[in-house]
Design a protein around this ligand. Sequence first.
Ligand SMILES: NC(=O)c1ccc[n+]([C@@H]2O[C@H](COP(=O)([O-])OP(=O)(O)OC[C@H]3O[C@@H](n4cnc5c(N)ncnc54)[C@H](OP(=O)(O)O)[C@@H]3O)[C@@H](O)[C@H]2O)c1
Length: 391
Amino acid sequence: MGALPGSGAAGLRPVVVLGATGSIGLQALEVAARLGVEVEAIGARRGSDELLEMARRLPDSLVGVAAPTAEERDRLSAELGSRVEYGAGAIEGQARLPGVTVVNGIVGSAGLPASVAALEAGNRLALANKESLVAGGPLVENALRKGGGELIPVDSEHSAMFQCLAGEEPGSIRRLLLSASGGPFQGRSIEEMADVTVQDALAHPTWAMGRRITIDSATLMNKAFEVIEAHYLFGVAYDDIEVVVHPQSIVHSLVEFADGSVKAQLGQPDMRAPIQYALTYPVRSGPPPSTLELAGRSLTFEAPDLDAFPCLRLGYEAGRAGGSVPAVLNAADEVAVQAFLDGRIGFTSIGAIVEKTLSEAEVRPIGTIAEVMAADAQARAIAASLVGSSC
Ligand SMILES: NC(=O)c1ccc[n+]([C@@H]2O[C@H](COP(=O)([O-])OP(=O)(O)OC[C@H]3O[C@@H](n4cnc5c(N)ncnc54)[C@H](OP(=O)(O)O)[C@@H]3O)[C@@H](O)[C@H]2O)c1
């Protein structure tokens, strides 16, 4: 797509942190502070106490709130005055501020319009919101081409591949080897996962993340999304993207080249490292967020079990089908994961509901955000009714 590394010089631009109150957002603010980078704007969904507190600590930053309650709106406006704006348009406006790096740490397909806006405005997009590429890959590609912005992946696996590709010819890629921790249920059969609890599924062995991605890591849907993300970022066919289970999460991913040579990128499981790289790229600078000691460690690799984790298979199928199908995959999963977190369905019903939604939803071409959102809305309605009938 053009997420292949180039050699242009880049200063440390001010940052806009979208999803500022989330796991990625908080780490992005920490990295920005350590690098001495100005925070030009912060955005979130709600006008929470946490966001208000953040706005107090960053008195020069604009504040965007996508969906505040009336009470939150009154409270924020009274204290922040004209530096706070509301609605999805405010978040997109922040993404279009000139000359910034936009860290997109929004969760879900709600992050797509901001990704498109950032790239159309010619900004650097430090992309954590993988759903942008899953739901709207072709739109993100177009925005990158049209706006001349830069797309730097923040997802640790894609940052790893991006780093492995520095100085390489795009045509020399033979295979992408995408690392997966396997999540908390690695090694279990699907029957052995029937009764797992929300707490079991939220107990990720190596990464501390937001709730949705943590559940997606347990079903391997997160890896399914990452396969689609890698396809769009690096222009590699699905047949040439292989998932390898690596429970220690030290080798973040690997790239195999035409001559059979394989490059890997290693580090502690620490999202501050790929965030920092996305802000400083192409330079490596700033203090290391964490350091890796290899002595005494064993690194293991195995193939994923597609029978136990059907979501990974669904990801390949949806990616190959293209059009609205990956958007349906994501939307159905958002609904099913929320239903699982709310205690309305069991863990293994997540994949079953997504699969049934994929078989029922219309397949349409997607060329605009409105078309993506229409497919997303239809999939949510189907998935919600499947949740209702399975309760
Ligand atoms: N966490 C990780 O380590 C990690 C690693 C790799 C990739 N990612 C990806 O990064 C993204 C964020 O994940 P996370 O774990 O940081 O999620 P999270 O902790 O749940 O945080 C989500 C953030 O998005 C905001 N948000 C939700 N809907 C929004 C909207 N419509 N407009 C603006 N902001 C909105 C939330 O605001 P409120 O607090 O107001 O609801 C919150 O700040 C996901 O796409 C995930 O797959 C995360």
